[in-house]
Ligand binder design. Structure first.
Ligand SMILES: [Zn+2]
Length: 193
């Protein structure tokens, strides 16, 4: 991690087949100082990876907290637009679907098309412990659903065919036995989340 003091907040992202990715996370009673610190760590870890979303489950913390920033994707020089969510909950999902080639920081360098509801409305607690709702479409909608899945122990490979899923799990299980995972995600249709 180097000697950069900023790096001190970086957490280790766990990867397939780590069983902790299957943990169901618990709601936070409120967004207090500790939860805000977790949000900050998640954001710094996400930017460093780099990715556009990260769930607490991915750093082996069993709390329902996620962070997202889809702004940087459009233009690397664009200012960051960090979004933080505690206890996010899908209140409504459209019948209309959309498909994105998804990736995941916990399943490095693996990408597959996933079909999900095109639009969702999500309720959550913000950084100030205030109840908020957001309606999202496009990549933000996909990212929210992907991250909320993480809080329920669900991975994007659970949405693809069993054949493909079994193949990728086998590949990562084999790789984990041979070497420690230390790979960066590549830029594809959708950056890793
Ligand atoms: Zn993910």
């Amino acid at each position: 991690m180097g000697l950069d003091p900023k790096a001190l907040a970086l957490r280790t992202i766990i990867t397939l087949p780590d069983p902790r990715l299957r943990n169901v996370c618990e709601p936070v009673p409120e967004v207090d100082q500790a939860v805000r610190a977790l949000m900050t760590d998640l954001l710094e870890t996400m930017y460093d990876a780099p990715g556009i979303g990260l769930a607490a489950a991915q750093i082996a913390i069993k709390k329902r907290v996620i962070v997202i920033d889809v702004a940087k994707r459009k233009d690397d020089s664009a200012s960051a637009d960090p979004m933080v969510f505690a206890n996010p909950e899908i209140l409504w999902a459209s019948e209309e679907t959309s498909s994105y080639e998804e990736g995941c920081l916990s399943i490095p360098e693996y990408y597959e098309e996933v079909i999900r509801p095109a639009r969702v409305r999500v309720g959550f607690l913000d950084r100030d412990n205030k109840r908020q709702e957001i309606e999202a479409d496009g990549i933000l909608s996909t990212c929210l659903q992907h991250e909320i899945d993480h809080l329920n122990g669900v991975l994007f490979i659970d949405h693809i065919s069993k054949l493909k899923r079994d193949r990728v799990i086998k590949k990562f299980t084999k790789a984990a036995k041979q070497a420690g995972p230390d790979k960066k995600s590549g830029g594809r249709d959708m950056p890793a989340v």
